[in-house]
Design a protein around this ligand. Structure first.
Ligand code: NAD
Ligand code: UDP
Length: 331
């Protein structure tokens, strides 16, 4: 470790710590920061992530993977951290139901530990929060000032409420210690490296279409979501950390193009070149009826907006899932 520390200090690269680095978004952020010539330490307990997402960087000498649970005792390389990007947390409804208490702990204890670390290193801190902080919104589209409509004892509360706690804690470190923090509220993101079986609508619909199965629409499919391609999302996250005027601020990072789930099913069938065939299933409890970000603040402060057309991003994602399914079949 010491030798490594000397080499990196000598290189004078910024040092970034990413929690949740083996996850979908975390692994893309690793790529982005390596491209920016950061030295990157990625931490993950692999509860919902996959080391395969880091295969292509694992042997680089500007990247280090640490296997560990950030809510427990964990040994990090002895470096001076400049940036802490806190992404660790189950993110799909299926995962956070299965790991409900773990989700609450990573967002509570894990966030506190990462804030303490940022404080000790005088590092800039970014919290990956979520559009779920708005719950089932009564204001549409959702601006950052909206306080949300969350069921505190419902089945999604383990995620929504623990992210809201993480936001509150982050802002208290900012107020009390003047820590250089920012919060990004991430809206539904899709792209390569999503887990094929995480139950989210994008992998479900694409894999169902590829297997010739009917697409499972929950409820009547009139609920809405807006989908942002992973590279655009990571660009927004990167700018929220590095642009001027972001200290103590919250940003919606998502795509303001809104689709009903039934419209989305139609689009997926078209892109996959299959007839639309739908089977209706019950709507999960507290499933938000509408979701769409107001991104005026991100446009103004970060000069950011999504640039990848949905159809293009979905075709890239389709290619990814096709190859994952082929691998599974040939194995
Ligand atoms: P993901 O499940 O692919 O990645 C999360 C990573 O965190 C996984 O690799 C997991 O193993 C790791 N992790 C979980 N608990 C941990 C712990 N205690 N210690 C160490 N590592 C731990 O999810 P994702 O889609 O990449 O989401 C990343 C972040 O972005 C999450 O904080 C999530 O809440 C947020 N977010 C994502 C979306 C989205 O659409 N993908 C939307 C809103 C918010
Ligand atoms: N959904 C669906 N069929 C599926 C998976 C999800 O109709 O196979 C719906 C789900 O009820 C929700 C939307 O698609 O209204 C997005 O779900 P996802 O789990 O991707 O993310 P969420 O936005 O709910 O966190």
């Amino acid at each position: 470790m010491d030798k490594m520390k000397m080499e990196f200090q000598h290189e004078k690269k910024p040092v970034s710590l990413i929690t949740g680095a083996a996850g979908f978004l975390g692994s893309h952020l690793v790529d982005r920061l390596l491209a920016e010539e950061h030295f990157v330490v990625g931490v993950d307990n692999l509860s919902t992530g996959n080391l395969k997402n880091l295969d292509h960087v694992i042997s680089r000498n500007d990247f280090l993977f640490v296997a560990g649970d950030i809510t427990g005792e964990m040994e990090l390389p002895d470096l001076k951290y400049d940036y802490v990007w806190h992404l660790a947390s189950p993110a799909s409804p299926k995962d956070y139901r299965r790991l409900s208490i773990e989700t609450m702990m990573v967002n509570a204890i894990g966030t506190k530990k990462m804030l303490d670390l940022a404080l000790a290193h005088n590092a800039k801190f970014l919290l990956a929060s979520t559009s779920e902080a708005y719950g089932d919104p009564q204001v549409h589209p959702q601006p950052e000032e909206y306080w949300g409509n969350v069921n505190p004892i419902g089945e999604r509360a383990c995620y929504d409420e623990s992210k809201r706690f993480a936001e509150a804690l982050t802002m208290e470190y900012h107020r009390r210690y003047d820590l250089d923090v920012r919060i990004v509220r991430i809206f539904n993101t899709y792209g390569p490296r999503m887990q094929i079986n995480d139950g989210r609508v994008v992998p479900n619909f694409i894999c169902q279409a590829l297997r010739g199965e009917p697409l499972t629409v929950y409820g009547d499919g009139s609920q809405t979501r807006s989908f942002v391609f992973v590279q655009d999302e990571v660009e927004g996250i990167f700018r929220a950390m590095t642009c001027h005027g972001t200290k103590g601020e919250v940003f919606n990072i998502g795509n303001p193009e809104e689709y009903s789930i039934l419209e989305f099913a139609r689009l997926i069938a078209q892109i996959c070149g299959v007839e639309l065939n739908v089977v209706y299933k019950p709507l999960p409890p507290d499933d938000p009826r509408k979701r769409c970000p107001d991104i005026s603040k991100a446009k103004r402060v970060l000069n950011w907006e999504p640039v990848t057309p949905l159809e293009k991003g979905l075709r890239i994602t389709l290619d990814y899932f096709s190859s994952v399914l082929r691998e599974t079949i040939t194995r």
